[in-house]
Design a protein around this ligand. Sequence first.
Ligand code: C5P
Length: 296
Amino acid sequence: MQYVLVSAPAKVNLALRVGAAREDGFHPLDTVFEAVDIFDDVEVTPSDSLEMSISGLGTDLPTDETNLVMQAARLLQRESGTNYGAHIAVTKRIPVAGGMAGGSADAAATLLALNTFWELSYTREQLHAFAAQLGSDVPFALRGGMAHGTSRGEVLEDLRTGMMHGWVILANPEGLSTPNVFAKFDELNPEAGEAASTAELRYYLGGDDLLSVGNLLRNDLQAAALALRPELKYYFDELGGVGAGVILCGSGASIALLCDIEQLHETTADIRAAFPELHVFSAIGPAAGAHLRQQF
Ligand code: C5P
């Protein structure tokens, strides 16, 4: 094979409820993921060795073995007992360190792309298991749509939604580190128990009542992210009452505003004008998970 192109989506969490850290250090989650139509691309071409490059956003990210893309490729080599090479070119559009699982999307896309390029024939279920080894958000990037996530986020159950959602994303040039935000959560919540339930939100997501969905957006990492980056509070204050609801994306530092698709264009333009220091763009969800777009 000469060329494979796979795209994988960004995600927002409509709810991210977090419990006390487990013995393995991960936190039990009760979360609702939604894939949105901002995609990173992974293009694979022949090479004797395994190597990667990055264009678009995040060109300062490492392209060595610490990158989740390389880890995904190495995992497939190990599992299949092969030593094939490939050049993996990543085009990033998902904000970096923005809580939108861009690195996880790249890893998910790499699994699917190399499975095709190296003709490994792993099933979706097997790829899901590999994805879970790479990171908590990688399985959802592979799956897409909308899903209820439990355990550390890798146990997924598809959710049906009664409507498409418009999102205005406010990406911050300065991201936040996920482990740091979880550590701050531990510090702020010494009495944390089990993760709170997202059942009510999931009930409303089946219908078309956007305001009720907006009222039930919750992110237990928001206070921790704001403690680390107090300047983010300004945006939440300014955006109060705009759209159906506002929430921090994952562990931050992007902010997502839920709005009616009919108003998405205008709301995005207004917010872009109000906050020129941020990278503001629109997205629609639910969107497809990692998918093969071209191969020859
Ligand atoms: O799974 P992933 O490698 O993406 O997680 C990155 C970091 O985020 C973990 O090392 C951990 O500090 C934190 N994390 C957590 N609980 C989760 C998911 C992530 O504490 N459920």
